[in-house]
Design a protein around this ligand. Sequence first.
Ligand code: AMP
Length: 440
Amino acid sequence: MESKIAETFEELGLSPIMMRALAKLGYERPSPIQSRVIPWALEGYDLIGQARTGTGKTASFAIPILEQLDPLRVCPSPQALVLVPTRELAAQVHGEFVKLADGCPTEILEVAGGKHLDRQTRKLREGVQVVVGTPGRVIDHIQRGSLDLRRLWCVVLDEADRMLDIGFRPDIERILRRCPENRQTLLLSATLAAEVKELANRYLFEPVHIDCSNKDISVETIEQRYLTVAPEKKLETLLALLERERPPQTIIFCRTKLGTAKLHNQLERQLHRYPDLKHLRLATIHGNMNQSQRDAVFKQLREGSIQILVATDVVGRGIDVSTISHIINWDLPDDCSDYVHRVGRTGRMGREGIAFSFVAKGQGQMLTEIEHKINRLLVLDPLSENHATMSREVITPTVIRDEVEIGSAPESFGLVAHGATKKPRLNRMRRSLSDRERRR
Ligand code: AMP
């Protein structure tokens, strides 16, 4: 089968209005996931795209959806539904849609929990074209009768693995069963765990498989180090690290809410004692904060008015703030895939980033697991207590990350496009450019 890979946005045959929006955003060329997903998505195929955040995956589904929307006056009920695991990701995906829809009147609604249900209901009644939401809140609207799924032609399951991890499977299935059968379904996932494959087998129709998991792992471009210090020296070492690095923007990850609050307080008390650090603005974010508090912190982070954010894994996934230069793992995460997600908050879209992890005594095995996961050794930072004397047994990781395949082996570009069949039942085959342009 022909590999559809477009190296430029021009090759994708996008509308002039979309080309203008892309230029305004400064997107010069499609990212690897966009080059591969957009051509198939525009043609109406179901698709499984394996890619992490920070690779431009949102635009890979937002562009084809926006390009094919009917105007609101033609279709006032939702045409596309994007399901995401967290409120933060809903806000971020919604934001990306809005930016890409620049210059074109498009109604895109975020329906995440923690936001006003009544306002969402009113907007849904007035008419929207795209709904971006968390499964729980989407179900609420379906049950209240405010969300009409009958005219839906595209469903996106974004970060499907994460949605399944946090127990959204029953909600997702309930939603999918209510969607029109001849819809297009796009599933994006960082990993293709058995549960994700099972969901895809059940609800996708002969999907194209696009594997950008190796090509786009953003952590590959990130320098990664670790520090070993005694617990009583940890805070002092962190401050020395901040002094040395003078990071433009850092996220410090802690494992628990309590630990996050404690470290935030300690830093608040200490920073002003260090001439090079006292100007830094500090904030914290964790699961106990309500949505508007969290939104306010993210806004400040994006605007650059916060330089250090002490956080739990609430922000470890999905959130995209492209100015984060440093990640510090104050505690190692319980799960090594969370390490990848935390570290991936920096080095967005090929920018430079550096990550430091504090490794406590007895956590050597965890460090090794992380190294296997990322297929690379972390470097011991000189601020480590025992830097001069330490000789850690070097275990060369042997794990090759090509492990996930469906069907035949991936091609050299990471594209697995085999056995895909264009849906014969689709009534919305790719519309001609002039057609789409006329409607916009
Ligand atoms: P995502 O993986 O969707 O979270 O995207 C990560 C970041 O890359 C976001 O800030 C996007 O706005 C940005 N982005 C997406 N596509 C492109 C592109 N083609 N060129 C430059 N930046 C992009």
